[in-house]
Design a protein around this ligand. Sequence first.
Ligand code: ATP
Length: 243
Amino acid sequence: MSSTIETELRRHTGVVVEQVVRRFGDRVVLDHLDLTIADEELVILLGPSGCGKSTLLRLLAGLDRPDGGRVEVPARRAIVFQADRLLPWQRVLRNVTLGLHGPDAEQRARDVLAEVGLAGREKAWPKELSGGEAQRVSLARALVSEPELVLLDEPFAALDAITRLRMHDLVRALRTKHHAAMLLVTHDVDEAIALADRIVVMSNGRIGTSHEVHLCAADREGSVAREKLRARLLADLGLADQH
Ligand SMILES: Nc1ncnc2c1ncn2[C@@H]1O[C@H](COP(=O)(O)OP(=O)(O)OP(=O)(O)O)[C@@H](O)[C@H]1O
């Protein structure tokens, strides 16, 4: 097999969504939607409220089934929600080790908690954590099983702006370490530009447009290319006149 073909095959072993349909009653929420995500690619899903972003994520997580079409996902996957969903009666460490097996489970949980900046907080109760810390625990819980795909449904939407920026730095650092593909849903165009390899915009139940992001770290903060991309995304979202 030539290396080009091998590379192509590897690119498409991540996620394949083909002609997926999901209806609720008469309402067609996903209408023959296609999407592929390459291994280790970070794709941001943007779209107006109610367009079906969470519905798509739930299908990829295996929490729901399509009415038509095909969904192919890696076996090891994890999902992070907007609200942290930690078990309030379990300490931080136990929240991360839940569902893990093997003698090294606790050590792995400690290691991932250290990676998200929570070394020393293993014994804390969820109610003792700030919003940002609780989402760090959620990220640790998602990553501890070394998933090939991490699904994030508006994970930072409830956090203040500064904490959100810190979380972006954290996601960038975790990516280089964990090599998982990620699909992150957000309403926030700036969050999308800060993090994405590719930004896909949903409209009418499908992926309307797809933008590869080829900005270096400095250009993501402020550059002509960034502003052009931002304007295109706002136009895709039908928000061009408001900005
Ligand atoms: N289980 C369900 N039963 C009936 N309707 C549903 C169900 N789940 C989602 N819907 C409907 O499907 C549509 C898409 O919902 P979804 O939560 O996927 O949107 P979203 O893009 O994630 O929105 P938001 O950005 O506001 O979170 C909405 O109109 C919603 O009411």
